[in-house]
Design a binder for this molecule. Structure first.
Ligand SMILES: CC(C)(COP(=O)(O)OP(=O)(O)OC[C@H]1O[C@@H](n2cnc3c(N)ncnc32)[C@H](O)[C@@H]1OP(=O)(O)O)[C@@H](O)C(=O)NCCC(=O)NCCS
Length: 327
């Protein structure tokens, strides 16, 4: 049975930088508060002409270049996103067109900040089944379009970006994706989400005036849940792969809050230095943050063949997961 290895990675962040000082001019906040509570110093904001598929395609092109694979040789494109260009068609279909990846079947995964770990696991299953040889897994978001810029509790947190991972089939055992765990607890749907604009509360002028199409979050609850669930899911996934936290060489994870990451690492028993952290530069880019981190760590020469990489992410739902990869 084949398994999946990473053939290439890529990422893209829009040019426009929004610093904490810029936000001080928008809402009653201050940079020291933001840095000490979250680790964020700046985030990116997409240009008016950029939609999520544009960011996704830019990241995907870099992943294809990195692997030396032509767009026509991609069999599947899965985009983790909750901020697609349109409710339908899928963001992945727009990405296919932008790339010219005409042989790929395409769909989105709505697993919020866990979108990439879900996408990775789904693509891996297609590869293991033999149905797919090469799969593009993309996490892409333009959260700036769904942030309430008058709400200091959320607007300081999020940013726009995309990351892409090209997975390929290999017959070589012991490399690539070794194990994954996906979880959801729908009893927590109320603590984080975009609650307007769907069938429950369709778009209307009243809904828009109420900012119903913007992110709503009970931050403290999300924080507690994330710090509790992330270390457990990684430990469980490592055990499935016959490994322990001591075997982990690198942690590549969703960047929601530096304190959440540090707490999860401490509970897991993995030193902070093993984790690639870039939340200071991008903020929380939801499904994009994990593939961006993998791309940056790879391009920085941090990842050596044979290294064990533990991955973790959590988002609205609550929806979360862990994965273990041998580079
Ligand atoms: C949002 C978050 C940073 C808030 O940090 P916190 O330490 O929990 O802060 P609290 O919510 O307890 O708020 C503390 C105070 O800071 C204030 N505050 C909130 N946002 C602020 C901001 N941007 N600037 C300044 N003060 C702010 C609050 O109003 C509160 O004031 P009060 O004590 O007078 O009521 C934190 O809860 C968090 O990161 N949660 C998880 C968010 C997340 O990861 N979401 C995405 C998951 S994928």
């Amino acid at each position: 049975m084949p398994n999946s290895i990473v053939l290439g990675t890529g990422s893209y962040a829009p040019e426009r930088i929004l610093t904490n000082a810029d936000l001080e001019r928008l809402v009653a906040t201050n940079s020291d508060w933001i840095i000490s509570r979250t680790g964020i110093r700046e985030r990116r904001v997409a240009a008016d002409h950029e939609a999520t598929s544009d960011l996704a395609a830019a990241a995907a092109r870099k992943a294809l270049d990195c692997a030396g694979v032509a767009p026509e040789d991609v069999d599947m494109i899965v985009v983790g996103t909750v901020t697609g260009d349109t409710p339908t068609p899928s963001c992945a279909a727009f990405v296919q067109e932008l790339l010219g990846a005409r042989n790929a079947f395409c769909f989105d995964v709505a697993a919020a900040c866990a979108g990439s770990i879900y996408g990775l696991t789904i693509a891996d299953q297609f590869i293991r089944s033999g149905m797919v040889r090469r799969a593009l897994v993309i996490g892409a978001e333009t959260l700036s379009r769904f942030v309430d810029w008058t709400n200091r509790e959320t607007c300081v947190l999020f940013g726009d970006a995309a990351g892409a991972i090209l997975l390929g089939a290999t017959e070589e055992e012991g490399h690539g994706l070794l194990a994954a765990t996906l979880r959801t607890d729908g009893s927590m749907t109320g603590i984080l989400g975009i609650f307007g604009g769907g069938s429950r509360r369709p778009a209307s002028s009243e809904m828009l005036l109420d900012n119903g199409n913007k992110i709503r979050m009970r931050g403290r609850e999300v924080y507690k849940v994330a710090t509790r669930l992330l270390p457990d899911v990684v430990a469980e996934t490592l055990a499935k792969a016959g490994l322990s936290p001591d075997d982990v060489d690198h942690v590549i994870c969703h960047q929601a809050n530096q304190r959440i990451i540090e707490s999860a690492l401490e509970n897991l028993g993995v030193p902070r230095e093993k984790c690639w952290i870039n939340i200071d530069r991008y903020g929380n880019t939801s499904s994009a943050s994990m593939p961006i981190s993998l791309d940056e760590a790879s391009r920085a020469g941090r990842l050596k063949r044979g290294d064990v990489i533990a991955m973790m992410a959590i988002g609205a739902g609550m929806t979360w997961g862990g994965a273990v990869l041998r580079w």
